[in-house]
Design a protein around this ligand. Structure first.
Ligand code: SF4
Ligand code: SF4
Length: 450
């Protein structure tokens, strides 16, 4: 019996295809898609909101592959028994909307949800609420309210998976301080250095990369790192850029400054999108925990438990340039380590009266981040970056790492399985994106291209 079937699914075909093809959440989370396809839901939502400043890859993907995205969505709806499909996309994305409308043969079953130009309109809780009017229970997942959400690139991969094609390539935007900002498709495993070269190199003396976006992306200066299935793109900036200086400040300094300078103004809470949606996230109260290191940590940390790490409080709201988002991250880690689960605070789950009025426009956010100079189109190129050495981490998804099934010296083809999904665990397969020879096998498989 196929493994997706063993997991209790009633209609395993697309779930098994997704498992075989190694499809995971392409929006950054990396959750194995076959598991989502094992559920029953009334609504499937395509997340094409793309709300990180400067990122364009989901929009250009929808523009160029609208029919494939819709095919993936409809197949997903059939798999989970949904009668309604919704594609969330910003109203300003005129070309992609036109392409989707032209490709929409499923009148009445699939509809477009036109979103405002706000951050974080792509947050699952926001998107599910916008699409269905339902609020996901605190700490829950969309399925709890009958919805399944897929990133649009995952839907493209699902359409491919249904035809037996595994995940090999990744859509990316590389922008910021590069000679030629671009959106393109690169083989998974390509080193960041090759992406940088493909975009004409850095235009600043000491480049670093924000991987995945300015708000929720991670900072690195290691350009040997590879593209994975969850890499959304790179924003290249100089190490001296104020945004990088903020992100690079060590945690102990963040906490020390926060302890002495937080005046409890509560702007961080008043502009928190999760708080405004009705969830009891109160970062200003979490900040109090910095002053109560030995007592009170548990009490104050609970106010950060439902934080989605969107970064608004740290990078936009706080007038003192403090780090409430990082305090919430610490609080969540503390509660996880202590095994403390969400118990509720008594606040009714109901959107704040100012929920719509306090949305954060992307233009204002881009200005605040000091990224206006880099707010350019990053147009699509159908050329691809080239490299000689490709690295495929066996753990590039949520769950257990894949188990390597190739050996050093072995010749592999493009699309060949390098790692099998771990048995009996949440996991995903890993495939080679290039033909070549296996040069190393450890926590990653390294392939030297022919
Ligand atoms: S906005 Fe800044 S200063 Fe105000 S309560 Fe939050 S962390 Fe403290
Ligand atoms: S990062 Fe800050 S603004 Fe975002 S959800 Fe968490 S507490 Fe709210």
């Amino acid at each position: 019996m196929a493994r997706a079937e063993e997991a209790g699914r009633t209609s395993p075909s697309l779930a098994d295809a997704a498992l075989a093809a190694g499809v995971v959440g392409a929006g950054g989370a990396g959750f194995p898609t076959h598991v989502k396809l094992g559920a029953q839901a009334d609504t499937v939502i395509a997340n094409g909101a793309e709300c990180e400043p400067l990122m364009h890859k989901d929009t250009l993907l929808m523009e160029r592959h609208a029919a494939r995205v819709i095919t993936g969505l409809v197949r997903s709806m059939e798999q989970v028994g949904a009668s309604r499909g919704v594609i969330g996309i910003k109203a300003k994305r005129a070309a992609a909307i036109a392409a989707l409308r032209a490709a929409l043969p499923f009148e009445g079953r699939v509809e477009l949800l036109l979103l405002g130009d706000y951050y974080p309109s792509g947050d699952e809780y926001e998107l599910v609420h916008a699409a269905t009017g339902r609020l996901i229970p605190p700490g829950g997942i969309p399925l709890a309210v009958g919805a399944v959400v897929h990133n649009v690139e995952s839907l493209l991969w699902l359409a491919d998976a249904a035809e037996g094609q595994p995940v090999r390539d990744k859509w990316l935007t590389v922008t910021g301080a590069v000679a030629q900002p671009r959106t393109f498709v690169a083989p998974v495993g390509t080193p960041f250095s090759a992406l940088l070269e493909f975009c004409g190199g850095a235009t600043v003396p000491d480049p670093v990369a924000l991987v995945g976006g300015a708000m929720m992306g991670r900072l690195t200066n290691d350009f040997r790192q590879p593209v994975t299935k969850t890499t959304g793109g790179l924003i290249i900036l100089d190490r001296a850029h104020p945004l990088i200086a903020r992100k690079a400040l060590p945690g102990d300094q963040q906490r020390r400054i926060g302890k002495s300078a937080c005046d409890q103004c509560s702007y961080c809470t008043e502009l928190c999108p999760r708080y405004l949606l009705g969830y009891d996230v109160q970062p200003h109260r979490v900040m109090r925990s910095l002053g109560f290191l030995s007592t009170g940590a548990e009490v104050q940390s609970r106010w950060g438990q439902l934080c989605c790490s969107c970064g608004i409080c740290t990078l936009y709201s706080c007038p003192e340039s403090l780090f409430p988002k990082e305090a919430c991250d610490d609080a969540k880690a503390f509660l996880r380590a202590e095994g403390i689960r969400w118990e509720g605070t008594g606040r009714p789950l109901k959107p704040h009266a100012q929920h719509d009025a306090r949305r954060l426009p992307i233009k204002r956010l881009t200005h605040k981040l000091g990224l206006e100079a880099y707010d350019v189109a990053a147009e699509y190129s159908d050329e691809q970056p080239a490299a000689t050495r490709y690295v495929f981490p066996l753990g590039q998804h949520v769950g257990a790492p894949a188990r390597a099934v190739v050996a050093v010296g072995e010749q592999v083809a493009r699309g060949q399985v390098l790692g099998e999904a771990a048995e009996g665990a949440l996991s995903a397969r890993v495939h080679s994106s290039v033909a070549g020879r296996v040069a190393a096998v450890d926590t990653a498989v390294v392939v030297e291209r022919d």
